[in-house]
Write a protein that binds this ligand. Sequence first.
Ligand code: NAD
Ligand code: IPM
Ligand code: MN
Length: 365
Amino acid sequence: MLRIVILPGDGIGPEIVEQARACLVMLSEQCDLRLEFEERDFGGIAIDRHGTPLPDETLEACRSADAVLLGAVGGPKWDGAAERPEAGLLKLRAGLGLFANLRPARVLRGLRHLSPLKDEVADGADILVVRELTGGAYFGEKSYSDDFASDTSVYTRAEIERIAHVAFAAARRRKKKVTSVDKANVLATSKLWRLVVNEVARGYPDVALDHLYVDAAAMALVTSPRRFDVILTENLFGDILSDELAVIGGSIGTLPSASLGAGGPALFEPIHGSAPDIAGLDIANPAGTISAAAIMLGHLGHSDMESLLVDAVENTLVDGCRTADLGGSDTCSEFGAETRQRLKEGISAREAHLELIAMNRGCCG
Ligand code: NAD
Ligand code: IPM
Ligand code: MN
């Protein structure tokens, strides 16, 4: 039995997570997969109910889970809160030691026209952003007064080494190219970043490495996305570039992310936020969250289930089911239902295939 902690969060979080959970329930009921779900308060809703965005019992439940599935947190209601919902997310990432954030994006076959980029630019783009997640300006010392404010960005050699290894190892399973993105012409942390990344690269002679400054990378992402395979970058640059990356495929609503540590439970979530502007309307795109749930299954050792769910989401899109962010009029729950219909078909096809293999074994062996 695998125990999944679900953190629906705020805004569209509960709506999109519900669609992902229903897909997981279907797989759990119809396949050889046992999942158990436990829902916990996190983010703004936890501030309302417990006075803090990350209650101790939520963190403990996550720590003892096999994996965590998150919707999104935050919203204007908590803008003035002493501790914002987003602070809870940073504490959760730090608390679970989730230093590596993987954000894959590609332009799907048959869906090039959803990209705002020209077909010939977008066609074939397939990028993995490996974002360092527990260092940099997000976690350095801060000060604030009405006249003066400061953020400190800190990176140690060890922090850069471990995230660089994640990126090079991922590139080995892809097109064997890492582009390290920094601001080494200005920032001390970036100077160390570049030095250490070059050193780690020596252990991966089969992987090509190049470096780009973050301003140039922001431009190249939309002028020539195909030049990238794995982008390795620090926390803040990774946050910004991954939202830009999200647009290449058509909408931020479609992109998943996985946050991993050195063992222990990992966290899976869409890369977008709580989208307060469309919350409660059942029009959000749940594809990113369902895809995050798929990656979670692969991470838990069920790569066949991951493929079934990834295929179901892609086929739903290719067949023309579209939420408003992709120019369509299908609702969040309709997209989820369509995905589950295709998932059901995928499960049946897999069963038929497995039966055939068993029959052949029976005949021949
Ligand atoms: P956002 O990602 O929530 O929304 C940006 C735009 O994208 C909005 O127009 C929104 O409607 C649209 N959008 C986002 N997800 C969508 C989806 N699934 N389907 C259709 N459209 C979608 O970013 P924001 O507005 O800058 O932030 C809103 C709140 O979310 C803030 O409090 C922010 O801090 C928080 N946030 C949380 C996370 C997280 O929990 N991981 C991530 C990013 C932002
Ligand atoms: C993300 C979000 C978070 C981040 C915020 C909500 C703290 O934008 O997951 O991309 O900046 O990491
Ligand atoms: Mn972000």
